[in-house]
Design a protein around this ligand. Structure first.
Ligand code: DGP
Length: 116
């Protein structure tokens, strides 16, 4: 656990959140500021700054985040019409929370991948 990391504190149950799914190594919860009708964040419980750091340090955990994201999409009813997974990574991507998280977005047409 990293001191002052909001997602570590959510994973530890120290901050209130709307949990969607929990496994031994992952937690999924609803985004505080949803950008789509369904917007869930999936994190590993262990602290890694971003998806590149996670993949380098623990490829199995990276895979588990993807498996959890797909299970969440299925459970939230997004699988049939489709959904988007986003890992904002670093400054140019606008990453705000430096504990790796997958955004699972869906529930309506999501538009173009990037706004220009
Ligand atoms: P990113 O830009 O990829 O780092 O997105 C961070 C997301 O995390 C953003 O959509 C808002 C969400 N978020 C930030 N703090 C909290 C929190 O305390 N609880 C929840 N549920 N979501 C949060």
């Amino acid at each position: 656990m990293s001191d002052n990391c909001v997602f570590c504190r959510i994973a530890a149950g120290e901050l209130p959140t709307t949990l969607v799914h929990e496994s031994r190594h992952t937690v999924a919860f609803r985004d505080l500021h949803p950008q789509a009708p369904t917007h869930v964040l999936v994190i590993p419980k262990a602290h890694h700054t971003d998806v590149a750091a996670l993949a380098a340090a623990d490829p199995a955990a990276a895979g588990e985040v993807l498996v959890t994201a797909a299970a969440v999409a299925q459970a939230e009813g997004l699988a049939a019409d489709g959904f988007r997974l986003i890992f904002n990574t670093g400054r140019y991507a606008g990453q705000e929370v430096f504990h790796v998280h997958a955004h699972v977005l869906g529930g309506a047409p999501l538009g173009p991948m990037l706004s220009r």
